[in-house]
Write a protein that binds this ligand. Structure first.
Ligand SMILES: [Zn+2]
Length: 98
């Protein structure tokens, strides 16, 4: 065992918020290598990957979130293309975006 006590500063405080307010953090020391103290899940690895215990509809599942992002990206690109086509007569289109 080391004789050097662990430095207790802002860097090794738990990042869990308290009911005192948004900027009020837990005062306990975080578990080494984690962001939370032992009372706020620092020693807990969480549910195993692929766990479906609380699965309801899948709206927030990784696959659906990624699909939603790609659809929104496609929509943004399509709307930009539409804007370019609509403004074709007014100004010269910037085809580098397409
Ligand atoms: Zn804590």
């Amino acid at each position: 065992m080391s004789n050097n006590p662990v430095q207790f500063n802002e860097d090794n405080r738990c990042l869990a918020r308290t009911r005192k307010g948004k900027s009020a953090f837990c005062q306990a020391r975080k578990v080494t290598g984690k962001k939370r103290c032992r009372m706020h899940g620092g020693t807990n690895d969480g549910a195993p990957k692929g766990n479906k215990n609380a699965f309801k509809h899948g709206r927030y599942s990784r696959e659906v979130i990624e699909k939603r992002k790609s659809v929104m990206k496609f929509k943004r690109e399509f709307m930009e293309l539409l804007r370019i086509i609509k403004n074709k007569d007014k100004e010269k289109p910037d085809l580098s975006l397409v």
